[in-house]
Design a protein around this ligand. Sequence first.
Ligand code: GLN
Length: 241
Amino acid sequence: MELRICHLYPDVLNLYGDRGNVLAFKKRLAWRGIGCAVTELPIGEKLVPGRFDLFFIGGGQDFEQGLLMDDLRSGKGAEIKSAVEDGLAFLAVCGGYQLMGRSYETHTGEKYAYLGALDLETVGAKERMIGNFAFDTEFGPVVGFENHSGRTSLGPGVRPLGHVIRGYGNNGSDGTEGARYLNTFCTYSHGPVLPKNPALCDGILLAALERKYGAASLEPLDDFAEREAHESVLKMITNAG
Ligand code: GLN
């Protein structure tokens, strides 16, 4: 078995060590003897359909998101959209999450039409939502760090990835965090999110393997250190005043 991972826009969307998510994918596959090839796809490089099983797209500021618009319009956006619809696995974080939606209006009033791969939209506000946060998911609680101006609203075509335990999540008002559609997983959680949330990492890997091979299972790992890191961060966040 093997997963071919595509890291989209590592040159532009690279906040808060988000590339650590790709390292976590790689490591947890290698520990199980599953092959893994990582390809970085920066601005200007074509996305060839059929080459990848799992995609990662990280976060950036409004400025960097703006820089990508020409590249997305040159064909890459349509390829990403059809890969999502085809059930390929994606992890999209923060700015990358917002790009998956229909549109983004910055807090200064600029409007961008985004990919429309997921039924959601984002509107920026002057006051940013910043801090450590935690949310409940089908994989158990997930911990992370959020820093966004965008308030994301989900349409009926997607479900939330989870529900906020502490922090802001999608918009600070409806208690939802992130989005899930087919095998696409979106979150506001930076940090990077996967090294300290091994259950979420395995959930995404399993979705990618099942999409590729029909059936798959992941053997448990001796990942005491990762689980301890997860537990101690969760405790810190939930105990914080
Ligand atoms: N530009 C977006 C916002 O501020 C995303 C920021 C980020 O990726 N951290 O809402």
